[in-house]
Design a protein around this ligand. Structure first.
Ligand code: GLN
Length: 491
């Protein structure tokens, strides 16, 4: 063991061929055997053994990242208490939180009395544990954690909607900030040109508070803003009468549920009644967004995933007949088929003969999508009001029966354009579907207009009176310990 290089020793430790304490003891005893060299003036035996013990604990808990993401560090610096890491789709690819190596995330609203009663009425399956709905994704664990009341705020990531989609399905607020407002350092990249850390909270005010902690320049992420960011507090009395709200006509997408549509109209009416100007606008390139996102996303994925080669970090296969065999086996074992599928698609689009036809063309379409927003905002529109998702969350068994990938792609239709244009967007819970599941509406604003965006969102939150806080009260009154038992209907 003592003849290995540092790297080789690290591999041996990781494989469990030697424990940190054993290795430390070997070094200590060899130090004693070689005192004749006079190399050490002090041997810190106790400290070394203690550190080895700490390392032992870390190893037994699994792989612990050696540094914190900037967003995590900023929260810690402000005294936040971190409760844990939440579940998500593998590498944040998905819209269901169903494709995780840790198993799917269950939507807390599946256990509400109202949902259970409705299901009992229509299906006689209400008491079965299999009858639960998805959280949406990919940051479903974060949305479920906030929604169930296990923490006050959570972080997610948002590349095509992964914060807003689960926030909407779980009845919480989900903010995707402007690209560049929050550091991505420490965030595992999915699509670098679209990724942003997302914020999930119980109310809009809380999203503004967390944003105030996280926003600002980070020397470790060169795409972050250089300007100073001034945290803001949202006003209590909000006047929307001077605002112009755009309703994009293309967002009347196929598959939009009638319930979502009617909440969307209701919100538009409320804004109009309060004196805002509500107008129909056009974002004509929306129709190409799903295909465009697919090409750009998978191409960046193909490039990003190349680093998971089993050598530097992450999973490494035991097969080591040759470097190529180890590399292939690592990647075969380490990625689920959604991830592998995207790597294959992306590499196809990036082939020399396809690059121009697919990747470059998608880049151009992305520009057109972004320009649609520029045109609308420069015509005097302050924010856009849209649905967040097509409808309420679907039961897990239904979700996995369908073509998961197509479903997943369709789910992002209202959210991904804001990512391609780098714009801020927020989802606010506005009501329950007839099945007793939350529905959200989204506002999209100009770049770096978070203060205005969240102010309008807070206004709507108050008007629609979703009453999510009532849900937490029910949970506090004893619902949550029974979530997974048959008496869950007591919620
Ligand atoms: N559903 C989208 C995808 O799978 C968005 C993912 C995300 O925002 N992380 O690519």
């Amino acid at each position: 063991m003592l003849g290995l290089s540092l790297r080789e020793a690290a591999v041996a430790l990781r494989r469990g061929q030697v424990s940190p304490t054993e290795l430390c003891q070997k070094c200590l005893s060899f130090i004693k055997e070689t005192t004749i060299l006079n190399a050490y003036i002090t041997v810190t035996e106790d400290i070394a053994l203690k550190q080895a013990e700490e390392a032992e604990k870390r190893f037994s808990r699994g792989y612990i990242p050696p540094y914190n993401a900037t967003v995590v560090q900023k929260l810690l610096d402000q005294g936040a208490v971190l409760m844990g890491k939440t579940n998500l789709d593998e590498f944040a690819m998905g819209s269901g939180s169903t494709d995780s190596i840790f198993g799917p995330v269950k939507n807390p609203w599946s256990y509400s009395k109202r949902y259970r009663e409705k299901r009992a009425h229509c299906r006689h399956v209400a008491e079965e544990d299999s009858d639960w709905v998805i959280t949406g994704g990919s940051s479903g664990g974060s949305a479920a954690a906030v929604s169930a009341g296990t923490c006050y705020a959570a972080l997610g990531s948002d590349t095509g909607g992964s914060t807003r989609n689960p926030a909407s399905h779980c009845g919480v607020v989900g903010l995707k900030p402007t690209y560049g407002l929050i550091s991505r350092h420490g965030l595992i990249p999915l699509v670098n040109s679209m990724d942003v850390p997302g914020i999930l909270t119980r109310c809009v005010d809380d999203a503004a508070t967390v944003l105030g902690v996280l926003a600002g320049h980070d020397p470790k992420d060169s795409t972050t803003i250089q300007d100073h960011f001034e945290p803001f507090k949202l006003p209590d009395v909000i006047d929307v009468s001077k605002l112009c709200i755009g309703i994009p006509k293309e967002y009347h997408a196929p598959g939009l549920s009638t319930e979502t549509l009617s909440l969307w109209s209701k919100a538009a009416d409320l804004l109009e009644d309060a004196g805002a100007k509500v107008i129909e606008v056009s974002l004509p390139h929306t129709a190409y967004s799903i295909v465009c996102y697919h090409v750009l996303c998978t191409s960046e994925v193909a490039s990003n995933m190349a680093r998971f080669d089993g050598l530097e970090y992450g999973h490494r296969s035991d097969i080591d007949d040759s470097t190529e065999a180890m590399y292939a086996a690592t990647r075969r074992q380490g990625f689920n088929d959604v991830v592998r599928g995207r790597i294959l698609s992306g590499n196809f689009f990036l082939l020399k003969q396809n690059y121009e036809h697919y990747f470059l063309k998608a880049q151009k379409v992305r520009r057109l999508i972004a320009e649609d927003f520029v045109k609308v905002f420069s015509s005097g529109v302050d924010v856009l009001l849209t649905p967040t998702t097509l409808g309420d969350a679907v039961p897990y068994l239904e979700f996995i029966q369908e073509d998961n990938r197509t479903r997943s792609a369709q789910e992002d239709v209202f959210t991904q354009c804001a990512n391609m244009a780098g714009l801020p967007a927020v989802t606010v819970p506005v009501g329950l579907s007839s099945r007793g599941l939350p529905l959200g509406l989204q506002f999209i604003g100009r770049g770096f207009s978070e203060q205005q965006l969240l102010t309008i969102a807070k206004w709507l939150e108050k008007q629609m009176d979703f009453g999510a806080l009532e849900f937490y009260k029910v949970i506090e009154n004893g619902g949550i310990p029974q979530l997974h038992s048959k008496s869950a209907s007591s919620l």
